[in-house]
Design a protein around this ligand. Structure first.
Ligand code: ZN
Ligand code: ZN
Ligand code: ZN
Length: 204
């Protein structure tokens, strides 16, 4: 582990003669852009003078005591793993389940703690489906009334809770259950009640 300043690991001095103390720096992905960038009316009218790509994609540049350094931006290397990480080093930019790198998967599915490879995601999907199917009762045991005018909408197949946030005017709306992947219709049942209060003023 390298030397730390303000809790961040210093990876080394950036040897580039174009750098000087106080030069402005903006980050664009892992690219570090130096020099004044002027934006007017939402349009860039002057680009930065030059850019430097870090030797590792998780490193970023930081001026420390007038000297530009590479600093580690990987949350795992810094000893503080985050739920959603902006940039990780190659070693830590891996599937949360199997530890495979990005090259070993076609799709990286974002999840808590980072991302999951396609194989691991499919394994989870298969398990979720099997668990939901195990909850489905056969037709002769199924009672429509169990899903009639309920406080919480549930899938009439596997009983999974259904999000109704955008269904307040649903009438026989087609849905596919996220858990058991079966189809059902959702209807919002509204009831009305009435309130009266006495008016202070009594006019004819
Ligand atoms: Zn790392
Ligand atoms: Zn995986
Ligand atoms: Zn279901």
């Amino acid at each position: 582990m390298g030397k730390r300043i303000d809790g961040e690991i210093i990876r080394g001095v950036i040897n580039d003669p174009r750098l000087f103390p106080g030069i402005e720096r903006v980050r664009s992905g892992s690219t570090q852009m130096f020099g004044k960038r002027i934006i007017q009316g939402g349009k860039c009218i002057q680009e930065c003078d030059f850019e430097i790509t870090p030797p590792e994609k998780s490193w970023y540049s930081k001026e420390i005591d007038g000297v530009w350094h590479w600093v580690e931006g990987c949350d795992h290397c810094n000893g503080e793993p985050k739920e959603w990480a902006y940039s990780r080093c190659q070693k830590h930019d891996v599937c949360v389940d199997c530890g495979g790198d990005r090259k070993s998967t076609t799709t990286a599915w974002g999840c808590s703690g980072g991302w999951r490879c396609n194989d691991c995601q499919e394994k989870i999907n298969r398990q979720r489906l099997a668990e939901a199917e195990a909850r489905i009762v056969p037709d002769d045991e199924y009672d429509e009334m169990d899903f009639w005018h309920e406080d919480e909408a549930r899938c009439p197949w596997c009983k999974a809770e259904i999000s109704t946030d955008e269904s307040y005017d649903a009438c026989q709306e087609e849905h596919k259950c996220y858990e058991c992947e079966r189809h059902f219709k959702l209807t919002a049942e509204h009831s009305v009640s009435w309130t009266t209060i006495r008016s202070v003023k009594q006019v004819a």
